[in-house]
Design a protein. Structure first.
Ligand code: UT7
Length: 337
């Protein structure tokens, strides 16, 4: 099969995690849980939690500044800002406009996209299309979540899982760029998909137009995240596998051509099962869920940036990313760094 030439590539990455760390043992003092249960069922040991003065756009702007620096791109050169988040600063306007202001970008289109944990893969896909059409040259894609503000801290089935943070990449034209190992750099394939059948298995019931907020709904925590974990678990393994297969097929690659798998960090057991189904080598799987928890749309770009900065993922390495979350929405992408 002829491999399609990439049109866009990652020019630089960055991430931001709030300083404050909450351990499983600390959580066990507010809810009926234990470090042993959380580690065994999810792989999480701790998560970062933003202090009250921090909003989503603050974390996003920090990650963006680090990505711009890594890319050697000025904020004024960015011509599209995509912020994947389900925890915006405000319902109106988009968080992306605050990011635009904080990083000092020009009067460029800036918008939020809500695809939950798959948000970053959705963002990459959209950015790639803008670059392919010539409508944009330098795109800032951010995945950012301040989930600690939308959790019910009395609900042990959700509050132990999530964390706060931001990750960002700068995407630019792939041109003929080649890494030192001779590989063409760029985004080789993407696949995104959504299905509302399980919309109510991971959602915030109240606070939108369907069920406007009332004092009674707040008392019942209907404005916080509700999840039927088992429902999501089953489709997560199946769809992470199928979307990863799709991008492998689209790019003409096999599991052995992939240097690293950078999966959404929701649950170590989900990751293990999907990687097993794919027949990929476990040694290739990047993981930070133990330190960071599930940061939804920020999960992949945080892990990618950490892995690049630590020297694990190198220029010329081919990385498979895959994610699934609320919607349900899911997707995968393959990129050579
Ligand atoms: O990123 C967005 C997408 N989200 C996901 O991909 C999450 C997918 N789901 C999961 O990762 C898992 O379903 C969970 C980690 C959420 C839950 O793990 P599980 O193995 O599916 O547990 P479960 O829901 O079947 O619950 C087993 C038991 C229950 O008790 P009983 O009924 O057996 O007595 C729960 O009440 O564990 C109990 N439990 C807890 N116990 C201690 C649930 N949460 C906790 C907790 N601490 N935090």
């Amino acid at each position: 099969m002829n491999r399609p030439a990439p049109v866009s590539r990652i020019l630089g990455t960055g991430h931001y995690l709030p300083e404050k760390i909450v351990t499983n043992d600390e959580l066990s003092t507010y809810v009926d849980t234990s470090d042993a249960w959380i580690q065994e069922r999810t792989g999480i040991r701790q998560r970062h939690v933003a202090e009250p003065a921090i909003a989503t756009s603050d974390m996003a702007a920090e990650a963006a500044k680090r990505a711009l620096e890594a890319a050697g791109v000025a904020a004024s050169e960015i011509d599209l800002i995509l912020v994947a988040t389900v925890t915006p600063d405000h319902q109106l306007p988009a968080t992306a406009v605050f990011v635009q202001q904080k990083i000092g970008a020009g009067p460029v289109p800036s918008l939020d996209l809500a695809a939950a944990c798959a948000g970053f893969v959705y963002g990459l896909t959209i950015a790639d299309q803008f670059i392919a059409s010539g409508a944009a040259k330098r795109v800032l894609v951010i995945g950012v979540e301040l989930l600690s503000r939308i959790l019910d801290w009395k609900d042990r089935t959700t509050c132990v899982l999530f964390g706060d943070g931001a990750g960002a990449v700068i995407l630019g034209p792939a041109e003929e760029s080649t890494a030192a190992n001779g590989k063409r750099q760029g985004l080789l394939a993407t696949h995104i998909q959504s299905d509302a059948t399980l919309a109510q298995s991971l959602w915030i019931p109240a606070g939108g137009t369907r069920l406007p907020i009332t004092a009674a709904l707040i008392d019942e925590a209907e404005n916080k995240v509700h999840m039927k974990g088992q429902d999501i678990f089953k489709v997560a393994v199946k769809n992470l596998f199928s979307s990863s297969k799709k991008v492998l097929e689209k790019s003409g690659l096999g599991p052995d051509d992939i240097d690293w798998i950078c999966p959404h960090q929701a649950n170590l057991r989900i990751i293990d099962s999907a990687v097993n189904m794919l027949g990929a080598d476990k040694e290739k799987v990047l993981v930070n869920i133990d330190r960071v928890g599930n940061t939804s749309s920020a999960s992949i770009p945080i892990l990618l940036d950490e892995s690049i900065r630590s020297g694990k993922v190198k220029s010329g390495d081919t990385v498979l990313m895959c994610a699934l979350g609320a919607g349900i929405s899911w997707g995968a992408a393959i990129v050579t760094i």
